[in-house]
Design a binder for this molecule. Structure first.
Ligand SMILES: [Zn+2]
Ligand SMILES: [Zn+2]
Length: 259
């Protein structure tokens, strides 16, 4: 079973291609379960996400496509939600969708993964940034609001490496994820970033496996051509860490599949 639960649409203002084109690519890559999880609306950084008044259109478009393609591919509907206490909205948290991915893209309001604000990295203690990042992941997991952790070690994307052992920095986050019952995604987008590594690293994935954390797969496509990108390598990464099954979600309920 081939699963890919994290793909975007043009509603977030930084993706291209039609829903139709994403699904056609998924079919080409023989994906069985294909999910859209576009950036959920929020009263923060509004330029990179859909508006609240577009949620209905987004959900209807994906549900309609799911119906139309039901004999060929299993289309799921989700959101990628920013973990930002004080900004997360019940309209998103309680949306009738299959799953919610939670991602940390901001540390004290700094969009650390945005090339526009890369200069800010120079003023940072790298070890501290990494620890703060994983502390936010742990808090997100403890909230119990979400199903999937988005790109677990996104903080590495520009290649800033801490002096301290990454496994030690991430330990608390992984313990919190295990306790929460959330799944981790293996996300291919890191291969398209300066770090040229999938999220998460094999070391972190092994720690997840030790803790019994389920995994799922993510192209994190912002263009149709990115759907299924290095999917075989994602599978190898999962197998190297000891996994042979992956999770998908329907109506916020986990389902396990052999891969
Ligand atoms: Zn995006
Ligand atoms: Zn993301």
């Amino acid at each position: 079973m081939r699963i890919d639960l994290h793909n975007h649409t043009t509603l977030c203002n930084h993706a291209e291609g039609s829903v139709e084109q994403y699904i056609q690519e998924a079919l080409k890559h023989e994906i069985d379960i294909f999910g859209f999880a576009d950036h959920a609306p929020m009263d923060f950084d509004e330029k990179y996400r859909m508006r609240f008044d577009q949620m209905g259109q987004y959900e209807a478009t994906i549900r309609e496509a799911a119906e139309r393609y039901r004999d060929r591919i299993d289309i799921r509907l989700g959101y990628e939600v920013d973990w930002l206490p004080g900004h997360m909205d019940p309209r998103v948290l309680e949306a009738k969708v299959d799953y919610l991915i939670a991602s940390v893209h901001f540390l004290s309001g700094w969009g650390f993964d945005n090339p526009e604000f890369i200069g800010h990295w120079k003023e940072q203690n790298i070890d501290e940034v990494w620890q703060r990042y994983f502390d936010e992941i742990a808090a997100m997991a403890r909230s119990g609001l979400f199903d999937i952790v988005g790109h677990l070690d996104l903080i590495k994307l520009f290649g800033h490496r801490p002096d301290r052992d990454i496994c030690r920095l991430a330990e608390g986050a992984l313990d919190a994820i295990a306790a929460s019952g959330m799944a981790l995604e293996l996300n291919a987008a890191g291969w398209r970033k300066p770090v040229t590594e999938a999220y998460p690293s094999l070391d972190l994935l092994k720690m997840a496996h030790d803790r019994g954390i389920p995994v799922t797969f993510a192209s994190d496509a912002h263009a149709p051509r990115q759907v299924g990108y290095r999917y075989a390598d994602l599978l190898d990464l999962a197998r190297s860490a000891g996994y042979d099954e992956a999770v998908s979600f329907r109506n916020r309920q986990a389902q396990m599949h052999k891969f």
